[in-house]
Design a protein around this ligand. Structure first.
Ligand code: NAG
Ligand code: NAG
Ligand code: NAG
Ligand code: NAG
Ligand code: NAG
Length: 258
């Protein structure tokens, strides 16, 4: 307000030079120069304030974004999901889901070798497929102890293998119980109770296999390594199924499902 009046006054003075005596004009010019200096200083101060504020904002932003970066890093959160996980094709979804497992290659190859897969798969259906694969893999190896018994003439081996036969029967029935809970539709309810039961049964089947191997080891059986190698794929399948199940909540989040 004051500066506007001053300028107005100066204009008035300037517009009627004849009425104003020289000393007054001289005084006015000095005052105007002084005012210009003051205005310039004010501008400089304003400008400095602006620069300081801008720098502060930039520093604040960079420290906060740095903080949030270190935060996600230190909590070892998984990398943010691709923006449209729910529009991935079958092989991309399978890869994403299998990434949570301990044997991602066997997980991907076993699922992608299945025929008539739908064009899109969610984590729940991938889990059901993985469970079915675990069961058929287990069924495939469960006759192996019987085959070895018929060939063996070591009493310790035969005794340990007999235990394996009943352990494998138990393992098959535990996985069979698990498979029976799923009809294979993507939308079927996956309750906490179901998750807990299936988790118990798959873990039980895995420990049946371990117990079989422990028995052969205790008996210092010559077929231990052969049985161990035979069971490896089955063990990987069940481990993969368990890992997918354990990560089901975060996988559903990644796929934008609830
Ligand atoms: C942070 O992430 C980088 C790579 O993204 C990794 O090399 C580093 O080990 C991580 N640090 C911690 C503490 O997780
Ligand atoms: C799935 O998508 C990826 C990348 O978008 C592509 O390379 C791949 O061929 C696709 N697979 C199928 C089976 O369509
Ligand atoms: C069953 O096991 C045999 C070898 O022991 C293997 O050749 C065959 O592919 C397996 N079948 C399935 C369905 O995994
Ligand atoms: C597996 O479960 C089905 C029912 O879902 C049953 O008919 C079958 O006898 C079971 N098989 C084994 C080996 O437990
Ligand atoms: C898994 O196997 C069961 C029984 O064989 C079947 O009913 C179900 O549809 C299968 N699930 C998938 C996803 O193929």
């Amino acid at each position: 307000m004051e500066s506007i009046n001053m300028v107005k006054g100066y204009d008035k003075v300037n517009s009627t030079p004849a009425d104003i005596p020289p000393p007054h004009l001289h005084h006015s010019k000095l005052a105007a120069t002084h005012r210009r200096k003051t205005a310039l200083i004010s501008l400089l101060i304003l400008f400095s304030l602006l620069v300081v504020t801008t720098i502060s904002v930039v520093i604040y932003k960079s420290t906060t974004s740095h903080k949030s970066k270190t935060k996600t890093n230190s909590t070892t959160a998984p990398p943010p999901p691709p923006p449209q996980s729910n529009s991935l094709n079958t092989s991309e979804s399978t890869r994403l889901v299998c990434a949570v497992t301990q044997y991602p290659n066997s997980c991907v190859s076993s699922i992608s070798s299945l025929k008539n897969l739908p064009p899109q798969l969610g984590p729940q259906l991938i889990f059901t497929l993985s469970l079915n694969i675990s069961l058929s893999e287990l069924k495939n190896v469960s006759s192996f102890p019987k085959t070895l018994i018929s060939k063996s003439n070591e009493a310790n081996t035969v005794s340990a293998l007999r235990d394996c036969v009943s352990l494998f029967d138990d393992a098959v029935s535990q996985l069979n119980n698990s498979v029976a809970l799923f009809d294979g539709s993507e939308k079927e309810a996956l309750t906490e109770a179901k998750i807990a039961d299936v988790n118990t049964w798959i873990s039980g089947a895995m420990s049946d296999q371990e117990t079989c191997l422990d028995g052969l080891e205790e008996m210092e059986s010559s077929v231990l390594d052969e049985v161990k190698a035979k069971l490896q794929k089955s063990k990987e399948c069940m481990s993969n199924s368990l890992a997918i199940l354990a990560n089901m909540h975060s996988l559903l989040d990644k796929f934008g499902q609830t």
